[in-house]
Design a protein around this ligand. Structure first.
Ligand code: GLV
Ligand code: MN
Ligand code: MN
Length: 413
């Protein structure tokens, strides 16, 4: 191989470094929450790169960004690739952005090779994938695919009361020369490149994973209400300590979610005593639950127990359990999995099939069109961590596979 598009690995790595500067943390990670000034800056940088190539840009009502190279048949929907630009609060340099940059490098390589395609080809930066600033995660792709309602999502507030809608307006103001994209406008196909965020590819010495599917997940917020009182004067019998009640709940939940096979994932990622003081018996405690499993029945059965377990351990306090995400496991189409294997094989990249334990925007794209994902290794399988790392030759391999696949998909009528 090949007479196809040849990606420029050096240019791609420089772009990774430039993006890693936006929201860089002292420990080498990235803090770039959805549609903060930093995230808008990342979108602007993409637009700066797209302009000289003559690619057009569209934004939709929930802040997804579409960078487009026209096709020769304007009646055909675009084939697309991309991921997200936002990060976890103390996230890494690759989660999300490497999929956007792989897609952008692919588009540029296709353009440089002067290859005409009947379908337009697009890079998509889905808005608010991490869900760290605005709940829920994968908001942009979910709204685009019709899985979440636009108005309710635009009304969502961050911790400071800023709405998603006002942030989308700020993004539009920062990128005035962009067109409008209708939500749900058809896509012909979507492929997302992403770091694996787990250890399997690295352990096996493979550099491309053809993702077969994605495990399901459920997320809850739990709010425990007791009564704030003086820590010196309130005897145990009169206390309504929300922290200790929450501790009892988390311990009971942990025991109930234990599986011998170590497949179920159960995480309490946030725990807070709002307004707490050293000498105040906590009147309120709040925590989040993220649970995941590849089997829909297990996810349903174990997850359904959560509210009851919380109530049984509330003691003298009250508890409210709110489920805000419930997504079934998902299988990607066989044709897409095989196409990834073929593309990786043609380039001589060692590859394997792999299951995604993490959640991704490709889940929602899959409701609109044939969708797939490719994974590349990340160091020690570490992700959602400032030390997250991927090798330059692996991000280049991802971009090359994406470029080859986009060409194949964009020629199909
Ligand atoms: C995505 O970041 C996930 O939490 O799976
Ligand atoms: Mn991601
Ligand atoms: Mn992530």
């Amino acid at each position: 191989m090949s007479s196809g598009p040849e990606i420029d690995a050096g240019r791609l790595w420089q772009r990774h470094l430039a993006m890693a500067d936006i929201g860089a943390t002292p420990a080498g990670g990235v803090h770039r929450l959805a549609l903060t000034d930093e995230d808008i800056e990342a979108h602007r940088l993409l637009a700066d790169w797209a302009g000289p190539r003559g690619f057009s840009i569209e934004l939709d009502a929930i802040g997804n960004m579409f960078i487009r190279r026209e096709g020769s048949d304007s009646s055909l929907p675009p084939v697309a690739s991309g991921s997200h630009t936002d990060t976890q609060p103390m996230g890494g340099r690759f989660d999300g952005i490497s999929g956007v940059l792989a897609a952008f490098e692919a588009l540029e390589a296709i353009d440089e090779a002067g290859i005409e395609t009947p379908h337009p080809i697009e890079v998509i930066a889905w808005n608010n994938e991490e869900g760290s600033r605005f709940i829920p995660a994968c908001m942009g792709s979910a709204v685009y695919a019709g899985a979440e309602p636009l108005d309710a999502m635009r009304a969502r507030e961050d911790g400071d009361g800023v709405t998603m809608g006002s942030c989308v307006d700020a993004l539009k103001a920062a990128l005035p020369d962009t067109g409008h994209r209708d939500l749900g406008a058809p896509l012909a196909a979507f492929i997302e490149a992403h770091i694996e965020q787990g250890p399997e590819l690295e352990a096996n010495g493979n550099i491309i994973g053809a993702v077969t599917g994605m495990q399901g997940y459920r997320r809850f917020t739990v709010a425990v209400t007791g009564e704030a009182s003086h820590s010196g004067t309130t005897p145990r019998a009169r206390r309504r300590d929300a922290f200790f009640a929450a501790m009892d709940m988390t311990q009971a939940l942990r025991a109930a979610m234990l599986d011998e096979e170590d497949i179920l994932r159960f995480t309490i990622g946030r725990f807070a005593i709002p307004g707490g003081g050293i000498s105040v018996v906590p009147g309120r405690a709040e925590f989040t639950i993220d649970m995941r499993h590849p089997d829909a029945a297990t996810l349903r059965e174990r997850g359904d127990r959560i509210p009851q377990i919380c109530r049984e351990n509330a003691g003298a306090c009250e508890v409210e359990v709110d489920e805000f995400i419930n997504q079934d496991p998902l299988d990607f189409p066989q044709a897409m999995i095989s196409a990834i294997e073929t593309a990786a094989g043609r380039r001589g990249y060692p590859h394997q099939r792999i299951y995604s334990a993490a959640g991704h925007d490709a889940r929602h794209a899959a409701a609109l069109c044939p969708a797939g994902m490719i994974f590349i290794p990340c160091w020690r399988g570490l992700s959602h961590n400032e030390a997250e790392r991927a090798e330059p030759e692996h991000v280049a391999a991802a971009a090359q596979v994406i470029a080859d696949m986009l060409i194949d998909l964009a020629q199909e009528r």
